[in-house]
Design a protein around this ligand. Structure first.
Ligand SMILES: [Zn+2]
Length: 273
């Protein structure tokens, strides 16, 4: 699933291609992905809108359009936004097409169809589910060590706490497992029981792992690609995710897997306490 580093990379790759372009028309091939408004209004309202900026909030990508409209995209499990210089042929996994005035095209593809798109005016952004409840952005000043230490006082299993977008925005299953491994914290630990030192280590590890993953342009383990159909590189740096039974890079103990919050969770039983 695209997490913060992937959505950030998609945003930057698309910015270079579609900023200031005008949408000539949109074509919706799978209506269920459009959460708001209904298909005819979506098509009518996006027509002739210019892309004024691209933003990322957590795992949401927001295309700021002219006339105070916003195209909000959540990529779900397998969503892709791919840019092409000219109209491209597409397959059964292409569900929405955005054709620009200069005949370039943006395709929304999604194998599993858990993604979602909304077209809303500024005043309605807060009605996009989850968007207005996002916690601080981990790489911005608002995510301070002080804030994080307080957030950890909630009585929650540490993995759940980090996955909960209300506590901090943008982390998902892959990065949480990698962060907890690097911070040497067992994913099932109650967050309120972490020592001051562990809290500090975890905080800086979040910043470090996200920074490295953005630099590597994201992690391609399933079908993630940026707006130019380029894969990321961070999968080469994964230490525990999907490494069940393989020796830990630190201590050679086989990596284990448990299920937490319905998600496969990978960790080293010796390094993580
Ligand atoms: Zn280990």
């Amino acid at each position: 699933m695209p997490e913060l580093p992937e959505v950030e990379t998609i945003k930057e790759s698309l910015k270079a291609k579609i900023l200031f372009k005008k949408v000539k028309e949109a074509d919706i091939l799978c209506e269920k992905l459009i959460k708001y408004p209904e298909k005819p209004d979506f098509i009518k309202n996006i027509k002739d809108k210019k892309i004024k900026n691209l933003q990322r909030k957590g795992k949401f990508l927001i295309l700021k359009l002219s006339h105070n409209y916003n195209l909000v995209v959540h990529l779900g499990m397998t969503g892709q936004l791919l840019y092409f210089n000219s109209h491209q042929s597409f397959d059964k996994h292409t569900h929405v097409l955005f054709n620009f005035e200069d005949s370039s095209q943006l395709q929304y593809n999604d194998v599993r169809k858990f993604g979602a798109l909304w077209l809303v005016s500024d005043g309605w952004l807060r009605f996009v589910p989850g968007l207005s409840e996002l916690g601080p952005e981990p790489l911005k000043k608002e995510f301070s060590l002080e804030y994080f230490q307080k957030a950890l006082n909630k009585k929650s299993i540490i993995k759940y706490l980090l996955l909960n977008q209300k506590n901090l925005a943008g982390l998902g299953n892959i990065y949480v497992d990698e962060i907890l491994f690097r911070a040497e914290i067992h994913p099932r630990r109650p967050s309120s029981e972490l020592s001051d030192l562990e809290r500090e280590k975890l905080y800086y590890t979040i910043l470090e792992v996200l920074g490295e993953a953005i630099k590597a342009r994201g992690t391609s383990v399933v079908n993630y690609m940026d707006g130019n159909s380029q894969k990321g590189e961070f999968q080469r740096h994964l230490k525990v995710y999907k490494r069940l039974g393989n020796p830990c890079y630190n201590c050679e103990t086989p990596v284990e897997r448990i299920v937490l919050a319905g998600r496969g969770t990978y960790f080293c039983p010796k390094c993580q306490h």
